[in-house]
Design a protein around this ligand. Structure first.
Ligand SMILES: Cc1ncc(COP(=O)(O)O)c(C=O)c1O
Length: 463
Protein backbone atom coordinates (compact mmCIF):
# COMPACT_ATOMS: atom_id res chain seq x y z
CA UNK A 1 0.00 0.00 0.00
CA UNK A 2 1.32 3.45 -0.95
CA UNK A 3 1.10 6.21 1.62
CA UNK A 4 0.75 9.71 0.18
CA UNK A 5 2.91 12.61 1.31
CA UNK A 6 -0.25 14.35 2.57
CA UNK A 7 -1.16 11.38 4.74
CA UNK A 8 2.34 11.30 6.23
CA UNK A 9 2.31 15.08 6.73
CA UNK A 10 -1.00 14.75 8.59
CA UNK A 11 0.42 12.05 10.82
CA UNK A 12 3.70 13.73 11.77
CA UNK A 13 1.76 16.77 13.04
CA UNK A 14 3.91 19.63 14.39
CA UNK A 15 7.26 17.86 13.94
CA UNK A 16 9.03 21.20 13.33
CA UNK A 17 8.74 22.05 17.02
CA UNK A 18 11.18 20.80 19.64
CA UNK A 19 14.92 20.57 20.25
CA UNK A 20 17.55 19.03 17.96
CA UNK A 21 18.12 19.17 14.21
CA UNK A 22 15.07 19.01 11.90
CA UNK A 23 16.06 15.67 10.28
CA UNK A 24 16.27 14.05 13.72
CA UNK A 25 12.87 15.38 14.81
CA UNK A 26 11.39 14.07 11.57
CA UNK A 27 13.00 10.62 11.81
CA UNK A 28 11.89 10.40 15.46
CA UNK A 29 8.28 11.16 14.52
CA UNK A 30 8.33 8.67 11.65
CA UNK A 31 9.87 5.99 13.88
CA UNK A 32 7.10 6.45 16.46
CA UNK A 33 4.46 6.23 13.72
CA UNK A 34 5.94 2.87 12.67
CA UNK A 35 6.10 1.67 16.26
CA UNK A 36 2.53 2.56 17.05
CA UNK A 37 1.15 1.02 13.90
CA UNK A 38 -0.10 4.13 12.14
CA UNK A 39 2.46 3.56 9.37
CA UNK A 40 1.77 -0.09 8.68
CA UNK A 41 4.42 -2.67 7.90
CA UNK A 42 5.11 -2.92 4.17
CA UNK A 43 3.59 0.52 3.43
CA UNK A 44 5.42 2.35 0.62
CA UNK A 45 6.56 5.79 1.79
CA UNK A 46 6.32 8.92 -0.39
CA UNK A 47 9.42 9.92 -2.34
CA UNK A 48 11.86 12.24 -0.57
CA UNK A 49 10.97 15.04 -2.97
CA UNK A 50 7.19 14.71 -2.51
CA UNK A 51 7.43 14.57 1.25
CA UNK A 52 9.85 17.53 1.37
CA UNK A 53 7.47 19.60 -0.79
CA UNK A 54 4.43 18.73 1.29
CA UNK A 55 6.19 19.35 4.60
CA UNK A 56 7.71 22.61 3.32
CA UNK A 57 11.24 21.48 4.16
CA UNK A 58 14.39 20.63 2.26
CA UNK A 59 14.95 17.36 0.45
CA UNK A 60 18.18 16.97 2.47
CA UNK A 61 16.16 16.97 5.72
CA UNK A 62 13.83 14.24 4.46
CA UNK A 63 16.71 12.29 2.88
CA UNK A 64 18.71 12.33 6.11
CA UNK A 65 15.65 11.32 8.15
CA UNK A 66 14.95 8.41 5.75
CA UNK A 67 18.61 7.29 5.93
CA UNK A 68 18.50 7.28 9.74
CA UNK A 69 15.39 5.09 9.58
CA UNK A 70 17.08 2.73 7.11
CA UNK A 71 20.17 2.54 9.37
CA UNK A 72 17.99 1.66 12.37
CA UNK A 73 15.92 -0.90 10.52
CA UNK A 74 12.62 1.01 10.20
CA UNK A 75 12.72 1.46 6.41
CA UNK A 76 13.84 -0.86 3.64
CA UNK A 77 15.07 0.50 0.33
CA UNK A 78 15.47 -1.00 -3.14
CA UNK A 79 16.77 0.89 -6.13
CA UNK A 80 14.07 2.70 -8.14
CA UNK A 81 11.37 1.72 -5.63
CA UNK A 82 9.78 3.58 -2.77
CA UNK A 83 11.17 2.94 0.71
CA UNK A 84 8.93 0.54 2.60
CA UNK A 85 8.14 0.39 6.31
CA UNK A 86 9.66 -2.48 8.32
CA UNK A 87 10.69 -3.23 11.89
CA UNK A 88 14.22 -3.87 13.10
CA UNK A 89 14.98 -7.59 13.45
CA UNK A 90 15.59 -7.22 17.17
CA UNK A 91 12.17 -5.79 18.11
CA UNK A 92 10.47 -8.75 19.76
CA UNK A 93 6.98 -7.65 20.85
CA UNK A 94 7.22 -9.66 24.06
CA UNK A 95 10.72 -8.52 25.10
CA UNK A 96 11.39 -9.04 28.81
CA UNK A 97 10.82 -5.84 30.71
CA UNK A 98 13.17 -4.18 33.16
CA UNK A 99 10.55 -4.64 35.87
CA UNK A 100 11.35 -8.37 35.52
CA UNK A 101 7.73 -9.54 35.54
CA UNK A 102 4.78 -9.93 33.23
CA UNK A 103 3.69 -6.78 31.44
CA UNK A 104 0.45 -5.26 32.74
CA UNK A 105 -1.70 -4.49 29.74
CA UNK A 106 -3.47 -1.14 29.98
CA UNK A 107 -4.07 -0.95 26.24
CA UNK A 108 -7.36 -2.88 26.33
CA UNK A 109 -10.51 -1.47 27.90
CA UNK A 110 -12.45 -4.70 28.36
CA UNK A 111 -13.62 -6.52 31.49
CA UNK A 112 -12.96 -10.20 32.25
CA UNK A 113 -15.87 -12.63 31.94
CA UNK A 114 -18.39 -12.91 34.82
CA UNK A 115 -17.61 -16.63 35.10
CA UNK A 116 -20.49 -18.08 37.08
CA UNK A 117 -23.37 -16.29 35.41
CA UNK A 118 -21.82 -16.93 31.99
CA UNK A 119 -21.66 -20.66 32.75
CA UNK A 120 -25.28 -20.74 33.86
CA UNK A 121 -26.40 -18.77 30.78
CA UNK A 122 -24.63 -21.22 28.44
CA UNK A 123 -26.22 -24.17 30.26
CA UNK A 124 -29.67 -22.67 29.60
CA UNK A 125 -28.68 -21.86 26.01
CA UNK A 126 -27.73 -25.49 25.38
CA UNK A 127 -31.13 -26.62 26.68
CA UNK A 128 -32.80 -24.20 24.24
CA UNK A 129 -30.59 -25.07 21.27
CA UNK A 130 -32.52 -28.13 19.95
CA UNK A 131 -35.46 -25.93 18.97
CA UNK A 132 -33.13 -24.36 16.37
CA UNK A 133 -31.94 -27.66 14.91
CA UNK A 134 -34.73 -27.90 12.38
CA UNK A 135 -33.57 -24.70 10.68
CA UNK A 136 -30.37 -24.18 8.68
CA UNK A 137 -28.70 -21.87 11.22
CA UNK A 138 -27.82 -19.15 8.70
CA UNK A 139 -29.82 -16.25 10.01
CA UNK A 140 -28.67 -12.80 8.93
CA UNK A 141 -31.04 -10.99 11.31
CA UNK A 142 -30.30 -13.09 14.41
CA UNK A 143 -32.45 -15.33 16.60
CA UNK A 144 -35.93 -14.24 17.61
CA UNK A 145 -34.98 -14.72 21.28
CA UNK A 146 -32.10 -12.26 21.18
CA UNK A 147 -33.79 -9.70 18.93
CA UNK A 148 -36.69 -9.62 21.40
CA UNK A 149 -34.31 -9.35 24.39
CA UNK A 150 -32.47 -6.40 22.79
CA UNK A 151 -35.76 -4.71 21.83
CA UNK A 152 -36.91 -5.20 25.43
CA UNK A 153 -33.65 -3.61 26.66
CA UNK A 154 -34.38 -0.48 24.57
CA UNK A 155 -38.02 -0.36 25.70
CA UNK A 156 -36.87 -0.57 29.32
CA UNK A 157 -34.72 2.50 28.69
CA UNK A 158 -37.59 4.51 27.23
CA UNK A 159 -37.29 3.82 23.49
CA UNK A 160 -40.19 1.88 21.90
CA UNK A 161 -38.52 -0.89 19.85
CA UNK A 162 -39.78 -4.02 18.09
CA UNK A 163 -37.66 -7.08 17.27
CA UNK A 164 -37.84 -6.15 13.57
CA UNK A 165 -35.90 -2.96 14.44
CA UNK A 166 -32.95 -5.13 15.51
CA UNK A 167 -30.28 -7.02 13.58
CA UNK A 168 -27.80 -9.08 15.62
CA UNK A 169 -24.16 -8.74 14.54
CA UNK A 170 -20.79 -10.17 15.60
CA UNK A 171 -20.06 -7.28 17.95
CA UNK A 172 -20.47 -3.51 17.55
CA UNK A 173 -17.32 -3.31 15.44
CA UNK A 174 -18.88 -5.68 12.90
CA UNK A 175 -22.08 -3.61 12.96
CA UNK A 176 -20.05 -0.50 12.16
CA UNK A 177 -18.05 -2.21 9.40
CA UNK A 178 -21.20 -3.56 7.69
CA UNK A 179 -22.90 -0.17 7.90
CA UNK A 180 -19.81 1.67 6.61
CA UNK A 181 -19.51 -0.66 3.62
CA UNK A 182 -23.19 -0.23 2.84
CA UNK A 183 -23.57 3.50 3.38
CA UNK A 184 -20.25 5.06 2.40
CA UNK A 185 -18.50 5.51 -0.94
CA UNK A 186 -14.89 6.63 -1.43
CA UNK A 187 -14.40 10.34 -0.63
CA UNK A 188 -17.67 10.62 1.34
CA UNK A 189 -17.18 12.86 4.33
CA UNK A 190 -17.86 11.56 7.80
CA UNK A 191 -18.08 13.58 11.00
CA UNK A 192 -16.35 11.93 13.97
CA UNK A 193 -15.85 12.89 17.60
CA UNK A 194 -12.23 13.86 18.16
CA UNK A 195 -10.85 11.81 19.92
CA UNK A 196 -12.81 8.70 19.01
CA UNK A 197 -12.66 4.89 18.97
CA UNK A 198 -9.56 3.86 16.91
CA UNK A 199 -11.17 0.93 15.09
CA UNK A 200 -13.94 3.25 13.88
CA UNK A 201 -11.26 5.48 12.32
CA UNK A 202 -9.75 2.40 10.65
CA UNK A 203 -13.16 1.26 9.39
CA UNK A 204 -13.89 4.61 7.74
CA UNK A 205 -10.40 4.91 6.22
CA UNK A 206 -10.73 1.38 4.88
CA UNK A 207 -13.74 2.44 2.77
CA UNK A 208 -11.72 5.53 1.80
CA UNK A 209 -14.08 8.01 3.45
CA UNK A 210 -12.75 11.43 4.46
CA UNK A 211 -12.83 12.23 8.15
CA UNK A 212 -14.18 15.50 9.56
CA UNK A 213 -13.02 15.46 13.19
CA UNK A 214 -15.00 17.67 15.59
CA UNK A 215 -13.15 18.28 18.85
CA UNK A 216 -14.75 17.32 22.13
CA UNK A 217 -14.41 20.26 24.49
CA UNK A 218 -13.78 19.86 28.24
CA UNK A 219 -17.56 20.17 28.69
CA UNK A 220 -18.43 17.76 25.88
CA UNK A 221 -20.00 18.05 22.43
CA UNK A 222 -20.15 21.38 20.64
CA UNK A 223 -23.57 21.51 18.94
CA UNK A 224 -22.71 24.39 16.60
CA UNK A 225 -19.47 22.79 15.38
CA UNK A 226 -21.15 19.43 14.85
CA UNK A 227 -23.98 20.98 12.84
CA UNK A 228 -21.55 23.00 10.75
CA UNK A 229 -19.39 19.95 9.95
CA UNK A 230 -22.45 17.78 9.31
CA UNK A 231 -23.64 20.15 6.57
CA UNK A 232 -20.82 18.92 4.32
CA UNK A 233 -21.02 15.31 5.50
CA UNK A 234 -22.63 12.10 4.39
CA UNK A 235 -22.61 10.54 7.84
CA UNK A 236 -21.87 11.38 11.47
CA UNK A 237 -20.50 8.77 13.87
CA UNK A 238 -20.88 9.71 17.55
CA UNK A 239 -20.30 7.91 20.86
CA UNK A 240 -22.69 9.83 23.13
CA UNK A 241 -22.66 7.50 26.18
CA UNK A 242 -19.48 7.15 28.30
CA UNK A 243 -17.44 7.95 25.24
CA UNK A 244 -14.36 5.91 24.40
CA UNK A 245 -11.73 7.18 25.25
CA UNK A 246 -12.82 10.22 27.34
CA UNK A 247 -15.66 8.64 29.34
CA UNK A 248 -17.82 11.74 28.75
CA UNK A 249 -21.58 11.60 28.16
CA UNK A 250 -23.56 13.94 25.95
CA UNK A 251 -25.76 16.24 28.05
CA UNK A 252 -29.53 15.72 27.76
CA UNK A 253 -29.96 19.26 26.40
CA UNK A 254 -27.44 18.64 23.62
CA UNK A 255 -29.19 15.40 22.66
CA UNK A 256 -32.50 17.25 22.47
CA UNK A 257 -31.14 20.11 20.33
CA UNK A 258 -28.80 18.19 18.07
CA UNK A 259 -30.57 17.71 14.77
CA UNK A 260 -27.83 16.88 12.32
CA UNK A 261 -28.53 17.34 8.62
CA UNK A 262 -26.86 14.02 7.74
CA UNK A 263 -27.36 10.36 8.55
CA UNK A 264 -26.24 9.74 12.14
CA UNK A 265 -24.84 6.53 13.59
CA UNK A 266 -24.57 6.44 17.38
CA UNK A 267 -22.36 3.88 19.05
CA UNK A 268 -23.95 2.95 22.39
CA UNK A 269 -21.48 0.19 23.27
CA UNK A 270 -20.82 1.71 26.70
CA UNK A 271 -24.35 2.80 27.63
CA UNK A 272 -24.92 0.07 30.24
CA UNK A 273 -21.93 1.31 32.27
CA UNK A 274 -23.37 4.18 34.33
CA UNK A 275 -21.27 4.31 37.51
CA UNK A 276 -22.71 7.47 39.09
CA UNK A 277 -26.43 7.92 38.49
CA UNK A 278 -28.72 6.56 35.81
CA UNK A 279 -27.84 5.50 32.26
CA UNK A 280 -28.53 8.19 29.66
CA UNK A 281 -31.67 7.79 27.56
CA UNK A 282 -31.02 6.10 24.22
CA UNK A 283 -29.99 8.73 21.67
CA UNK A 284 -32.81 7.75 19.27
CA UNK A 285 -35.36 8.97 21.84
CA UNK A 286 -34.35 12.46 20.69
CA UNK A 287 -33.29 11.72 17.11
CA UNK A 288 -35.61 8.94 15.88
CA UNK A 289 -33.80 8.76 12.53
CA UNK A 290 -30.49 7.82 14.19
CA UNK A 291 -29.08 4.36 13.54
CA UNK A 292 -27.92 2.89 16.86
CA UNK A 293 -25.30 0.22 17.34
CA UNK A 294 -24.79 -1.64 20.60
CA UNK A 295 -22.92 -4.52 22.15
CA UNK A 296 -22.60 -6.68 25.24
CA UNK A 297 -18.79 -6.65 25.02
CA UNK A 298 -18.38 -4.10 27.80
CA UNK A 299 -21.41 -4.83 29.95
CA UNK A 300 -20.98 -8.64 29.86
CA UNK A 301 -18.01 -10.03 27.92
CA UNK A 302 -16.20 -9.30 24.66
CA UNK A 303 -15.71 -13.01 24.02
CA UNK A 304 -19.41 -13.43 23.27
CA UNK A 305 -18.87 -11.33 20.11
CA UNK A 306 -22.48 -10.14 20.17
CA UNK A 307 -23.61 -6.71 19.05
CA UNK A 308 -26.50 -5.25 17.08
CA UNK A 309 -27.89 -2.55 14.84
CA UNK A 310 -31.14 -0.77 15.75
CA UNK A 311 -32.70 0.87 12.69
CA UNK A 312 -35.87 0.93 10.60
CA UNK A 313 -36.89 -2.43 9.11
CA UNK A 314 -36.29 -1.03 5.61
CA UNK A 315 -32.68 -0.03 6.42
CA UNK A 316 -32.09 -3.41 8.03
CA UNK A 317 -33.37 -5.06 4.86
CA UNK A 318 -30.62 -3.26 2.93
CA UNK A 319 -28.04 -4.36 5.50
CA UNK A 320 -29.33 -7.92 5.22
CA UNK A 321 -28.72 -7.81 1.46
CA UNK A 322 -25.20 -6.39 1.91
CA UNK A 323 -24.19 -8.62 4.83
CA UNK A 324 -23.09 -11.78 2.93
CA UNK A 325 -20.05 -9.86 1.66
CA UNK A 326 -18.66 -9.97 5.21
CA UNK A 327 -20.38 -12.92 6.94
CA UNK A 328 -23.51 -15.06 6.93
CA UNK A 329 -24.80 -14.68 10.47
CA UNK A 330 -23.98 -14.89 14.17
CA UNK A 331 -23.43 -18.16 16.11
CA UNK A 332 -26.69 -19.39 17.63
CA UNK A 333 -25.49 -20.62 21.06
CA UNK A 334 -23.85 -17.27 21.87
CA UNK A 335 -27.07 -15.49 20.90
CA UNK A 336 -29.18 -17.71 23.14
CA UNK A 337 -26.81 -17.25 26.08
CA UNK A 338 -26.76 -13.47 25.55
CA UNK A 339 -30.57 -13.36 25.50
CA UNK A 340 -30.59 -15.13 28.88
CA UNK A 341 -28.04 -12.64 30.25
CA UNK A 342 -29.85 -9.57 28.93
CA UNK A 343 -33.10 -10.79 30.47
CA UNK A 344 -31.35 -11.20 33.85
CA UNK A 345 -29.88 -7.74 33.63
CA UNK A 346 -30.15 -6.69 37.26
CA UNK A 347 -28.14 -9.51 38.91
CA UNK A 348 -25.32 -9.30 36.39
CA UNK A 349 -25.01 -5.50 36.34
CA UNK A 350 -24.76 -4.94 40.05
CA UNK A 351 -21.44 -6.77 40.49
CA UNK A 352 -19.78 -5.42 37.33
CA UNK A 353 -20.61 -1.82 38.18
CA UNK A 354 -19.51 -2.19 41.79
CA UNK A 355 -16.14 -3.58 40.65
CA UNK A 356 -15.65 -0.83 38.08
CA UNK A 357 -16.35 1.86 40.68
CA UNK A 358 -13.73 0.41 43.03
CA UNK A 359 -11.17 0.07 40.26
CA UNK A 360 -11.80 3.62 39.02
CA UNK A 361 -11.12 4.83 42.55
CA UNK A 362 -7.91 2.77 42.81
CA UNK A 363 -6.65 4.12 39.50
CA UNK A 364 -7.31 7.70 40.52
CA UNK A 365 -5.57 7.18 43.88
CA UNK A 366 -2.52 5.72 42.10
CA UNK A 367 -2.40 8.67 39.71
CA UNK A 368 -2.54 11.16 42.58
CA UNK A 369 0.31 9.35 44.30
CA UNK A 370 2.65 8.49 41.40
CA UNK A 371 1.76 10.89 38.57
CA UNK A 372 0.35 13.96 40.36
CA UNK A 373 1.11 16.24 37.38
CA UNK A 374 -1.26 14.21 35.15
CA UNK A 375 -4.79 15.56 34.75
CA UNK A 376 -7.50 12.86 34.53
CA UNK A 377 -11.11 13.96 35.06
CA UNK A 378 -13.45 11.38 36.57
CA UNK A 379 -16.12 10.24 34.12
CA UNK A 380 -19.59 9.24 35.36
CA UNK A 381 -19.36 5.90 33.61
CA UNK A 382 -17.60 3.72 31.07
CA UNK A 383 -14.25 2.11 31.78
CA UNK A 384 -11.52 4.60 30.88
CA UNK A 385 -9.86 7.80 32.07
CA UNK A 386 -8.45 10.15 29.44
CA UNK A 387 -5.25 11.37 31.03
CA UNK A 388 -3.40 14.53 29.97
CA UNK A 389 0.35 14.98 30.55
CA UNK A 390 1.91 18.45 30.66
CA UNK A 391 4.24 17.54 27.74
CA UNK A 392 3.60 15.86 24.35
CA UNK A 393 5.20 12.53 25.27
CA UNK A 394 2.43 10.03 24.58
CA UNK A 395 3.87 8.05 21.63
CA UNK A 396 7.35 7.97 23.16
CA UNK A 397 5.90 6.85 26.49
CA UNK A 398 3.94 4.05 24.76
CA UNK A 399 7.12 2.91 23.00
CA UNK A 400 9.15 2.74 26.22
CA UNK A 401 6.48 1.69 28.78
CA UNK A 402 6.78 -2.09 28.10
CA UNK A 403 10.45 -1.86 29.16
CA UNK A 404 9.03 -0.98 32.58
CA UNK A 405 6.35 -3.65 32.58
CA UNK A 406 3.25 -1.82 31.36
CA UNK A 407 1.60 -1.46 27.94
CA UNK A 408 -0.51 1.62 27.12
CA UNK A 409 -2.43 3.00 24.14
CA UNK A 410 -0.95 6.33 23.03
CA UNK A 411 -3.30 9.30 22.56
CA UNK A 412 -2.71 9.77 18.80
CA UNK A 413 -4.28 6.39 18.10
CA UNK A 414 -7.61 7.95 19.08
CA UNK A 415 -7.37 10.80 16.61
CA UNK A 416 -6.17 11.98 13.23
CA UNK A 417 -3.41 14.36 12.13
CA UNK A 418 -1.04 13.52 14.98
CA UNK A 419 -3.37 15.00 17.64
CA UNK A 420 -3.41 13.95 21.33
CA UNK A 421 0.33 13.62 21.92
CA UNK A 422 -0.29 14.78 25.50
CA UNK A 423 -2.94 12.11 26.17
CA UNK A 424 -3.10 8.44 27.04
CA UNK A 425 -6.16 6.30 27.71
CA UNK A 426 -6.15 4.49 31.03
CA UNK A 427 -8.75 1.73 31.45
CA UNK A 428 -9.86 0.63 34.91
CA UNK A 429 -10.83 -2.91 33.96
CA UNK A 430 -8.01 -4.67 35.87
CA UNK A 431 -8.00 -5.50 39.62
CA UNK A 432 -7.05 -2.57 41.88
CA UNK A 433 -3.59 -3.94 42.88
CA UNK A 434 -2.60 -4.35 39.24
CA UNK A 435 -3.77 -0.85 38.39
CA UNK A 436 -1.67 0.60 41.22
CA UNK A 437 1.36 -1.37 40.09
CA UNK A 438 0.80 -0.31 36.46
CA UNK A 439 0.74 3.39 37.35
CA UNK A 440 3.88 2.99 39.47
CA UNK A 441 5.61 1.45 36.44
CA UNK A 442 4.28 4.15 34.14
CA UNK A 443 5.78 6.80 36.42
CA UNK A 444 9.14 4.99 36.17
CA UNK A 445 8.82 4.92 32.37
CA UNK A 446 8.11 8.64 32.30
CA UNK A 447 11.15 9.32 34.44
CA UNK A 448 13.35 7.21 32.15
CA UNK A 449 12.03 9.19 29.20
CA UNK A 450 12.91 12.51 30.79
CA UNK A 451 16.43 11.13 31.38
CA UNK A 452 16.79 10.54 27.64
CA UNK A 453 15.86 6.86 27.26
CA UNK A 454 14.00 5.75 24.13
CA UNK A 455 11.80 2.72 23.50
CA UNK A 456 11.16 0.50 20.51
CA UNK A 457 8.00 -1.39 21.37
CA UNK A 458 5.24 -1.88 18.85
CA UNK A 459 1.72 -1.11 20.05
CA UNK A 460 -0.57 -3.64 21.67
CA UNK A 461 -4.07 -3.92 20.16
CA UNK A 462 -6.70 -1.54 21.55
CA UNK A 463 -10.37 -2.24 22.27
C1 LIG B 1 -16.99 2.73 21.22
C2 LIG B 1 -16.78 1.29 20.85
N1 LIG B 1 -17.40 0.80 19.78
C3 LIG B 1 -17.24 -0.48 19.41
C4 LIG B 1 -16.42 -1.32 20.11
C5 LIG B 1 -16.27 -2.74 19.66
O1 LIG B 1 -17.16 -3.53 20.35
P1 LIG B 1 -17.39 -5.07 20.06
O2 LIG B 1 -16.48 -5.84 20.96
O3 LIG B 1 -18.82 -5.27 20.36
O4 LIG B 1 -17.09 -5.31 18.61
C6 LIG B 1 -15.75 -0.86 21.24
C7 LIG B 1 -14.84 -1.73 21.97
O5 LIG B 1 -13.95 -1.28 22.65
C8 LIG B 1 -15.93 0.49 21.62
O6 LIG B 1 -15.31 0.99 22.69
Amino acid sequence: MKVSSHTVAGMVGDWQEGPGPAHQRLSDRLRLLVLDGRLSLGAAMPSERDLANTLGTSRTTVGTAYRTLVDHGYLATRSRARATVRLPDDTPAERRNDAGSATIDLSLAAPPAPVEILHAAFATALEQLPRHFERHGYDRYGTTELREAVAHWYRGRGLPTRPDHIMITNGAQHALAVLARMILSPRDRIVIDHPTYPHAIKTFLEVRARLLPVALTPSGWDTAQLREAARAAHLAYLIPDFHNPTGMSMAAGVRRDLRLPCLTVVDETMSDLALDGASPEPFAVHMPTAISIGSVSKSIWGGLRIGWIRATPSLLERVEQARPATDLGTPVVEQLATAVLLNERRTRRHKTLHQLREQREALRRALTEHLPHVHAPQPAGGMTLWATFPEPISSRLAAIAPDHGVAIAAGPRFGVGGAFERNIRLPYTLPADQLTQAIRRLAQAEQALTQGATGTHTPAPVA
